[in-house]
Design a binder for this molecule. Sequence first.
Ligand code: GLP
Length: 235
Amino acid sequence: MNIIINNKNELNKLAAKEIIELVKNNPQAILGLATGSSPVGLYEQLIIDHQENKTNYQQVSTYNLDEYVGLDLNHEQSYHTFMYHALFKHLNINLDNTHFPDLTNPASYTKLLDENQIDLQILGVGSNGHIAFNEPGTLFTSTTDYVKLAESTRNDNARFFASLDDVPTEAVTMGLKDIMKAKKIILLAFGKNKAEAIKQLVEGKLSTDWPVTILQNHPNVTLFLDEDAASMLKK
Ligand code: GLP
């Protein structure tokens, strides 16, 4: 596992550079994308680069990690809406090439991911160690499916909604086994509330109590950490 510790701005630029290089070398690159606050600065860097250098996304495909169940896809907090405003509408990407888990047939997404290996997967991490919406206790063999959100996750995400009651209780998420199929994984973690999950990932035991620890078994993972997220690491 590679670990880069720096300030958020620098990390966003470094992570963006990896994606831009990939897309330049392989115009048909397949990207795995995340939502939440962690990737926002990285997406901003991709947009700036696209405006300045015309990096071409016409043939790029994307696969998002997850989507809430029970929100209209046009709801302002749906992950469809988030991705459109945070990234897609600013690039020359073909929206037909942007994919999300099928809320009526989750298993079809696993099949799609078997047929289209992700070149580079972007991940955030929940404060309880979840990746995508794979909450503590999820089997490492899990594939795309319906899941219940942990109360701590609903609390964490309540900041995006008018009230806690408005936060969905269910989602469809790419499974842990699906995520592990990506050729390369970049995980972004900023802030003190990620420090425990990062400690478990880097120094802890492989455990379904901390789903993020499954990345210990992946051959090509780079962590992009700010000082706060790295603050519980021994060295
Ligand atoms: C969300 C998403 C995850 C994300 C995580 C952290 O609920 N489903 O994909 O990585 O929680 O969110 P944030 O980046 O806002 O801290």
